[in-house]
Ligand binder design. Structure first.
Ligand code: ADP
Ligand code: ZN
Length: 435
């Protein structure tokens, strides 16, 4: 198992903390000196950069929010003059107005290194041919993985998203060995590959999938349909892009590269830092970023951190798969529901009758929330004339009710009837605000 930067990836916790504190103090000072919004918030609390004497002192520092990026759009939070900025990226805007971030030369280097650590950790080398079907453009996905692939000297196919048949033909013709795209698009590619009957012409050995939540069942499905090992990568535009955290070959959580990003788990309601092992909102502080430092940035992603050293030898802590964003959470008839909970139920109870293609539709009729879950049945079930669809719907409805605590109407729909996405899947249609 290869390391890109063995020394940094295997530092003891004590050494890691030392590196973090030194870098944190500098990052806070840099941000205080150059970003007015942060300086004002520190001043309001009577805090100066010199007051940060230990890692624990970070808890006194004010949070920052996605809203700040909108309020200071476009460049109000940059800590470097534009002359030093080499690249912009912008969020895909899954949850609102576009936000923009910038990178210096060193930032691009840091980013490439973070994502490249993952490629090395899962056995990708300069012999590999990497098919990047993440979108290229303002979205961080394409360029993020591209930089990482170049860093390790692999050959890149920068195909970007779209045109599924051409994607598959290109993978075959160029002999792609690594596939990078969103997990929902990987599912779609898997379906098409099998429909075209060309699986045995592919040379793929593994895939790097992220940018949206996906479950273990989806992993199994992708691994099976494409005949590869599938690994998870996490990141967000504000913090740097894909590569903030990555799985290793153990597939036992994503290592957060702690020499660059300091992670905290807080109670999203009180802002209190929670004890080790708790589930809560993930908060990041960048330690080495120049153009766009983030200090105690509230990701709204809900997850848990694992501090035990990993079997792979890396000491950096691991984050579990985020359960979804706190702002992804739906409140249906007063009950909190995460789409990921629904997905787990669908896949666990289906016994191969269903596919992971589903859509949740919430609306309001007669002042009551309606809650429908449309899920595609498998080809086998569709072709089966004996079994009753209605019985299966009933079974899943009961299962959902016992997991979520509220009732949903489950509809088994025909295979391939739910629209496929080339980027992030749109799982939830909430029509309640449209009335
Ligand atoms: P947008 O907010 O427009 O979607 P980004 O493309 O920066 O912008 O998305 C970052 C978010 O995507 C993260 O905060 C997280 O919610 C989600 N995400 C990214 N990677 C993963 C992953 N591997 N698993 C689950 N969620 C992820
Ligand atoms: Zn590991």
């Amino acid at each position: 198992m290869a390391f890109l930067n063995e020394r940094m990836e295997t530092l003891s916790r004590a050494e890691l903390k030392k590196v973090q504190l030194e870098r944190l103090q500098k990052e806070i000072k840099r941000t205080y000196d150059n970003v007015e919004c942060f300086r004002n918030r520190m001043d309001e609390k009577g805090l100066k950069p010199e007051d940060i004497k230990s890692l624990e002192d970070l808890q006194k520092v004010p949070f920052s929010y996605k809203k700040d990026l909108r309020d200071y759009y476009p460049f109000g939070l940059f800590a470097q003059p534009l002359k030093n900025v080499l690249r912009f990226h912008a969020s895909s805007g899954t949850t609102g107005k576009r936000i923009v971030v910038g990178y210096t030369k060193n930032d691009l280097e840091t980013w490439a290194e973070c994502a490249a650590r993952m490629l090395s950790a899962i056995g990708v080398t300069d012999e590999d041919i990497i098919h990047v079907a993440y979108g290229y453009g303002l979205f961080t996905g394409g360029f993020g993985i591209h930089g990482a692939a170049e860093k390790i000297g692999a050959a890149v196919i920068p195909i970007s998203s779209g045109n599924t048949k051409l994607q598959i033909q290109t993978m075959i013709d160029f002999g792609a060995t690594v596939l990078c795209c969103t997990p929902s698009y990987a599912m779609h590619l898997g379906e098409e590959v099998n429909r075209m009957g060309v699986k045995d012409q592919l040379k793929l050995k593994c895939g790097v999938f992220g940018a949206e939540p996906w479950t273990e069942s989806m992993r199994e499905e992708i691994e099976k349909s494409l005949g590869i090992k599938a690994y998870d990568i996490y990141g967000l535009t504000e913090v740097i892009g894909p590569g903030v955290a990555c799985e290793c070959e153990e597939k036992a959580g994503m290592h957060i590269w702690e020499d660059h990003f300091l992670a905290e788990i807080i109670d999203p309601d009180t802002g209190e830092v929670l004890p080790e092992g708790s589930t809560g909102e993930l908060v990041f502080t960048s330690l080495t970023k120049e153009a766009f430092p983030v200090i105690r940035y509230r990701t709204r992603d809900i997850c848990r951190l694992e501090y035990e050293p990993c079997k792979c030898g890396r000491t950096h802590l691991r984050m579990c798969k985020p359960q979804g964003r706190s702002d992804d959470m739906l409140i249906i008839r007063g009950v909190n529901v995460f789409p990921s909970q629904i997905e787990e139920v669908l896949l666990k109870t289906s016994g191969g009758d269903l596919t992971p293609n589903y859509q949740i539709v919430v609306d309001r009729k007669n002042n009551t929330d309606t809650f429908d879950v449309n899920v595609e049945m498998s080809e086998e079930l569709f072709a089966d004339e004996v079994r009753s669809i209605e019985d299966i719907e009933k079974r899943i409805t009961a299962e959902l009710r016992s997991t979520l605590g509220i009732g949903a109407k489950v509809h088994l729909v025909n295979p391939k009837s739910i629209e496929r996405s080339e980027g992030k899947a749109k799982r939830v249609i909430d029509k309640r605000n449209l009335h």
